[in-house]
Design a protein around this ligand. Structure first.
Ligand SMILES: CC(C)(COP(=O)(O)OP(=O)(O)OC[C@H]1O[C@@H](n2cnc3c(N)ncnc32)[C@H](O)[C@@H]1OP(=O)(O)O)[C@@H](O)C(=O)NCCC(=O)NCCS
Length: 221
């Protein structure tokens, strides 16, 4: 039997006209680490609330691997972090995350993402976000999807607005010791449904995964 027979998330595929999103195998993680080492952002800026890219090599690579392995190991129906590998023209270009907490009750998930520097500014960010919100609403039955971006992260903020999220308040975070505004965004199911006429996202392999998201599914006791 294949690993995906025991862990159906490995068989999940979210496709757009030019992208494939899938849960990364260990071989995929090796490619992702290379992408991280090639750079995600100008070191003068910090787009992430968790300042993980400030870590020096080799702890950067090891910490990233431990984070991705931890996402797999920590999965439960109630609480999950799903980092989807993003593939464009056969090349690994970045990660689109979807995170749920107490999801069967709250039915709200949070998106987060990054692309390797060489792949930014080409429309991939918007396309992969459209893909993940389709998955969250259509497959998981979310009622709302949220996101957040530093006030000076114009690209991320424009992705949220282009996909239909609306501004939903501001929090403040400690970024490298400086008080910084973090803009919150909200996409409701109703708003997504109103704008999905041209939805071209397709999901394969979800039926095998569905039971993993059912309440109590990860509790063998
Ligand atoms: C944020 C990120 C995922 C966006 O993906 P992307 O592929 O670069 O963005 P797109 O090409 O889809 O562009 C999205 C919008 O932002 C605009 N944009 C892209 N790069 C920009 C830049 N450097 N400055 C200003 N606007 C920019 C585009 O014109 C587009 O706007 P539009 O919808 O009004 O036409 C990507 O830039 C990235 O990985 N950045 C570093 C990590 C990061 O910031 N992650 C998010 C943390 S919240």
């Amino acid at each position: 039997m294949a690993l995906s027979d025991h862990w159906p998330l490995f068989g999940l595929r979210i496709r757009t006209p030019s992208l494939e999103l899938r849960t990364p195998t260990d071989a995929d993680l090796a490619e992702l680490v290379e992408l991280v080492l090639d750079g995600i952002h100008d070191p003068a800026t910090m787009p992430f609330v968790t300042e993980w890219t400030d870590t020096e090599s080799p702890q950067l690579e090891r910490g990233a691997l431990q984070y991705w392995w931890g996402c797999r190991a920590g999965f439960s129906a109630e609480s999950w972090d799903l980092p989807f590998l993003v593939v464009s023209d056969g090349a690994v270009v970045g990660v689109q995350n979807l995170t749920g907490r107490d999801f069967p009750t709250l039915r709200t998930a949070e998106t987060g993402s990054w692309l390797g520097l060489a792949h930014q500014g080409k429309g991939i960010g918007k396309e992969m976000r459209r893909a993940i919100v389709h998955f969250g609403f259509e497959c998981l039955g979310a009622v709302a999807i949220t996101s957040g971006a530093m006030v000076d992260n114009v690209a991320s903020r424009r992705v949220s607005l282009a996909v239909g999220y609306e501004p939903n308040g501001t929090s403040v975070v400690n970024r490298r010791g400086v008080r910084t505004e973090h803009i919150r965004y909200l996409l409701t199911r109703q708003r997504w449904e109103e704008s999905r006429a041209d939805d071209d996202v397709r999901v394969e392999g979800f039926e095998a995964c569905r039971a993993m998201f059912a309440r109590g599914a990860a509790d063998p006791a």
